[in-house]
Design a protein around this ligand. Structure first.
Ligand SMILES: [Zn+2]
Length: 327
């Protein structure tokens, strides 16, 4: 019995370790899915190349989250705490990076998160990669850009109360973005139509943040309402993951919450897929639509493999302390 108890405590500790590591953005599943499905929004001239490398684009959708352990500058790129800027943040925060730096200072912006501006930065790097026809960098930045865009579609990535820690709802981050997709995504419709050219990418990034932030109230209020109706033994359950017993939001509780959200998670995921495809497309057009067919039979070069390996190593070697949107 004692042994079982020790095992149980250990497992629960493990659960929190795991949840913390994945609690930064869409669960790994959703990130990979978003990048993968974005490939199918692309037009002729692009889709062949992206399909050829679809495994890379999907697998590396989660690199920026892994990088957080190794790079202290990484964390703020995944979110923006709109509440820190007051009630009318969307209007009061300058949308252009330089104007925002002048108004608040770079340190302040970094302290509250920089996701919309970082999307713009990644887009220009991807554009440059297309312009110079550097296949490795096209793949690398496409995967990265997809990640940050996907994060900006998550309501809890637009608030300092990112894990419900100020409203007694700790765990809601992973609940919304990992547990719901895990249980419900099979029925999602991932066909979102064709990628569209984006005239003003920075404005698109900001309107995404605005829409995510507008949904935040429902994300928190609905869970609060539901929580009042459930006892903890009904709210949570235990599931086996490999050899580990972990505490999770119960299937019933997840289904109820998902019903109250009325398809919100699916909608945000679909919006993310279309925006990712559209941003890739925009970068390609702005670079003069380079012919990607010439890469058709080329595989990822050794240098990119080396780079990925080095990043992986760095992550493993580094202390797991992460600042920003972490407990
Ligand atoms: Zn992230």
């Amino acid at each position: 019995m004692k042994k079982f108890f020790i095992a149980l405590v250990f497992s629960i500790i493990l659960l929190f370790v795991t949840t913390n590591q994945e609690a930064y953005s869409w669960g790994f599943f959703a990130h990979k899915k978003i990048n993968r499905m974005a490939v199918f929004t692309l037009p002729e001239g692009m889709i062949g190349f992206y399909k050829h490398h679809i495994e890379y684009i999907s697998e590396h959708a989660v690199d920026p989250d892994k990088r957080r352990y190794a790079n202290p500058d990484e964390a703020p790129r995944h979110y923006i705490d709109m509440d820190k800027y007051g009630k009318y943040a969307y209007d009061s925060v300058p949308h252009k990076w330089k104007d925002a730096v002048n108004k608040y200072s770079e340190d302040t912006l970094k302290a509250y998160g920089i996701v919309p501006w970082y999307i713009e930065k990644m887009l220009s790097r991807l554009t440059e990669a297309f312009r110079t026809e550097n296949m490795d960098l096209i793949l690398h930045y496409s995967a990265d850009l997809g990640h940050y865009i996907a994060d900006s579609h998550v309501p809890l990535h637009t608030t300092s109360n990112y894990n419900g820690q100020f409203t007694n709802q700790k765990g809601i981050h992973g609940f919304w973005e990992s547990r719901i997709p895990e249980l419900k995504s099979e029925g999602y419709d991932y066909w979102v139509g064709k990628a569209k050219y984006i005239d003003k990418p920075i404005e698109k990034a900001w309107s995404t943040v605005k829409a995510s932030n507008a949904a935040l109230d429902s994300v928190l209020k609905f869970e609060e309402k539901l929580n009042a109706k459930y006892s903890p033994d009904k709210k949570y359950s235990f599931e086996n993951r490999g050899k580990t017993l972990i505490k999770v939001y119960s299937v019933e509780y997840t289904s109820e919450y998902n019903k109250m959200l009325n398809g919100m998670v699916e909608h945000r995921m679909r919006a993310a897929i279309l925006t990712v495809g559209s941003m890739w497309y925009t970068a390609w057009v702005n670079a003069g639509k380079p012919n990607l067919d010439k890469f058709d039979n080329k595989e990822i070069s050794d240098s990119l493999k080396q780079f990925n390996k080095a990043e992986e190593q760095l992550k493993n070697d580094t202390n797991k302390e992460v600042k920003g949107h972490n407990d």
